[in-house]
Design a protein around this ligand. Structure first.
Ligand code: FE2
Ligand code: FE2
Length: 194
């Protein structure tokens, strides 16, 4: 059983350059993504309360993401940055969700697999950010986050395997990996996680 997944494309050097060029904007968006990731894990609990096999892991993931939010918020405070109302929907996540199947079961599988691909992309991008940051403390911070998000990428695939056949999960996952690359490459480059 292979729990980790390979993305279909690497993030572009242009994306990394945009982030390094306006790191404050990246931090604001990053904080927002962590807060949304926590809410997303808890929304699975709210939508699928009968899926008791995965609820403990969902709660744990929500707590971890909230801790990430807390840590990024602390970094923002140090830099004198404030949270804003202005950050809207994430066009990347929105485009992925639009490609979901519509039946309850299909949607459940798709949402888990989207979470897995999004977490894996986050891990890849935190690795790139970590490698580009010269400040040792910041380098270390993003390195730790990279490991944590890579683990989340596995967790959601494992959750799906509780409820769906192995081949169905991996066939659909391969499809999502392709979709994700298409969506990512269609996005405008900005100093944000996506
Ligand atoms: Fe996170
Ligand atoms: Fe995560």
């Amino acid at each position: 059983m292979k729990l980790n997944l390979d993305l279909a494309c690497d993030s572009s050097p242009e994306w990394l350059a945009a982030v390094m060029d306006d790191f404050d904007a990246f931090l604001l968006d990053h904080a927002d993504c962590e807060r949304k990731a926590s809410a997303m894990a808890m929304s699975f609990v709210a939508k699928y309360p009968d899926r008791s096999a995965i609820i403990p892991e969902l709660i744990e993931t929500a707590i971890e993401e909230l801790e990430h939010f807390q840590q990024v918020y602390q970094l923002m405070e140090k830099r004198g940055l404030s949270l804003t109302h202005s950050i809207g929907e994430d066009p990347y996540v929105k485009a992925l969700i639009k490609r979901c199947h519509s039946g309850r079961e299909e949607r459940f599988l798709d949402r888990l697999l989207i979470a897995s691909v999004v977490e894996t992309r986050g891990a890849e991008r935190f690795r790139l950010v970590s490698e580009a940051l010269e400040d040792p403390e910041m380098h270390r911070f993003y390195k730790i986050l990279w490991a944590s998000e890579a683990k989340h990428g596995h967790i959601f695939v494992k959750m799906a395997l509780n409820y769906f056949e192995h081949d169905r999960v991996y066939d659909r996952l391969a499809w999502w990996v392709e979709q994700e690359a298409e969506v990512l490459n269609g996005l405008a480059i900005r100093s944000a996680l996506h």
